[in-house]
Design a protein around this ligand. Sequence first.
Ligand code: NAG
Ligand code: NAG
Ligand code: NAG
Ligand code: NAG
Ligand code: NAG
Ligand code: NAG
Length: 415
Amino acid sequence: MVSLLAPALALLCTAAPSVLAAPTKYQYSQLDLASVPAHVRRDLTWSLQMGYSGQTFFDGFDFFTEPDPSHGSVTYVNKSQAFGEGLAFWTADGIPGIQAEHWATTNVGDARNSVRITSKALYTGGLFIFDVALMPWGCGVWPAIWTLGYEGTWPTTGEIDIVEGVQDMTANQMTVHTTPGCTIAQNTSLYTGGMISSDCDSSTGGAGCSIVSDTNNTFGPSFNDNGGGVYAMLWDGDGVRIWNFLRANVPSDITSGVPTPSTWGLPAAAFDRTLCDPYTFFQSQVLILNVNLCGDWAGTTYSNYAYCPGTCAERIANPANLVNTVMLVNSIKIYQQSGFEAIVGEAMTNSNQTGAAGAVALNTTKSNSTSSSSSSSSSKTSGSSKSSTGGIARVGDTLVLTYATVAAVMVSMLL
Ligand SMILES: *[C@@H]1O[C@H](CO)[C@@H](O)[C@H](O)[C@H]1NC(C)=O
Ligand SMILES: *[C@@H]1O[C@H](CO)[C@@H](O)[C@H](O)[C@H]1NC(C)=O
Ligand SMILES: *[C@@H]1O[C@H](CO)[C@@H](O)[C@H](O)[C@H]1NC(C)=O
Ligand SMILES: *[C@@H]1O[C@H](CO)[C@@H](O)[C@H](O)[C@H]1NC(C)=O
Ligand SMILES: *[C@@H]1O[C@H](CO)[C@@H](O)[C@H](O)[C@H]1NC(C)=O
Ligand SMILES: *[C@@H]1O[C@H](CO)[C@@H](O)[C@H](O)[C@H]1NC(C)=O
């Protein structure tokens, strides 16, 4: 039902966000926390640093338009095209979403238009809470919610895949990609999930190191049927940890906006500091949401999934097979620890990396595209505009997470 409504609604909303924001990236860093002892950190409270939701959701993101680095059968379109074609949209309830095009029959092997959005803000450390209403799934489908190091050649500054899966997987698979030297401890005192691979080195390509959630319903149709859920990623001096909460089990401290990770119990996945220094292997990250089709994971492994008929290319040529390519995000909130002022500054240089969740060969021949990563080199300017973040709702701004406002705006748009 969502996917039928979405294109029509998007047309109603196309007029709103047509201006491409400046490509400047801002850094939110809590690096100083690295030196604070864990027992001190545990007692600190978290305060909201940035929120993405509702009508202003897309203001905080750039649209990635380079060829898909993961070799998917998708063409990532720019902002105006995404809204024009209903690939970026809001539901009638004002929930922002992205989807791969799935209304035309294509030739086998053709790419479909889709969306990959990249946050304008960069983060070093913090608590990232993703409240997701709907995740794409199905044979040939490969959605992800992840972070990617902004500077340097992949994977020099790391990649953290927070929500990811392919085909009809029912459990979320969490992965990091790093330079050599980062591994996962097979230690049941640290996380509840099942380790798939322990060496995170992706410097020669490679799949990184992964832990799969021990809970079904953390990905796929049953995740959606249960009303989605919350994924939380904590990146601090202890390492990187990820929790998967089913809708019915979302801790009340998250719902009430005072997240307290120390009360959540073991995470589903942990990339612990003892075997993977969190501020060496991971540096300033952008948030990314995308919907891919086939490609390095869903395509390359397609034949391993006996329930997926034919080939991946054949599968996605029929739009009826892609009704579940819609991602709906209730909110993304980034918290940073009180008592340690986040350092905010402009990013130094543009990046030429694009990341992946699989092997990737960097193409260093740059096209004159409009994507953020190739056009932001001119943004290294004086600090005069540092207080502005290009429309991202920040703490203190009245735009932060005001669902009532969003609902009112949506109603007025529909009238
Ligand atoms: C977006 O992409 C479309 C199709 O490629 C192109 O015609 C249009 O000029 C682009 N818009 C911007 C603002 O880059
Ligand atoms: C871009 O990639 C090239 C080749 O991999 C590398 O030499 C260069 O340092 C990179 N630039 C940045 C800003 O990371
Ligand atoms: C597993 O992790 C726990 C908690 O950090 C730690 O106390 C224990 O020493 C670890 N065990 C091994 C074998 O590393
Ligand atoms: C998840 O579902 C699969 C398929 O039904 C089953 O094999 C597996 O044991 C389940 N895992 C858990 C943790 O319940
Ligand atoms: C690299 O990117 C350029 C510009 O987008 C493109 O013309 C070229 O075909 C690409 N090369 C490869 C090997 O993909
Ligand atoms: C890219 O931009 C440069 C500098 O503006 C220009 O010389 C070049 O012709 C452009 N290339 C393409 C393919 O448009």
